[in-house]
Design a protein around this ligand. Sequence first.
Ligand SMILES: [Cu+2]
Length: 190
Amino acid sequence: MSALTPPPKGWFHAPHGAEKVWIGVALFWCLVLSIAMPFWHYAGKQTSDGEAYKISPQEYLGVVHNYIRENKVGEETVRVVNPVTEQEVETTIPITVPTADGHAYLVGHNWEWYPVLKLRKGEEIKLHISSADYQHGISILPMNMNFHVMPGYDHVLTITPTQTGTFDIICNEFCGIGHHRMTGRIIVTD
Ligand SMILES: [Cu+2]
């Protein structure tokens, strides 16, 4: 019998016994997860309200560079490994604070999160995030905070830091050969 031959007549037997139980368990769990998604959308404290605006990657980069020019408070020296040549180079990355009206800008591109943000504990800000090239995923550690970042959109997250410290950012959406080295930083002070 080849795969193209129809099965013999009478092949279907209604589920019974343990099979029925497993179908029931799977169906029940599907329903639980289906309800959990909209529930956490409203009840979760780390859910985006979906605020986003269309912007080209070039325009967004312009916005970020203006923001850095006006809100830079320092610089950090970092060692970056070129993922293609494996050569290590020293480079600087600007440290910025939010604007007077509480906006901060972050861009993800191959392969870094730029610039470093310095925030204050308890101060609500509008965090703008976009990508200058591919899809990236921003993951703020050690908290379990993840957000999918698309080029062409200025995603706006309203956030209030609740802990002081240095938080590392990684990329959790595979974006190319340097993905595993794509990092950034958020510093929260009192
Ligand atoms: Cu990535």
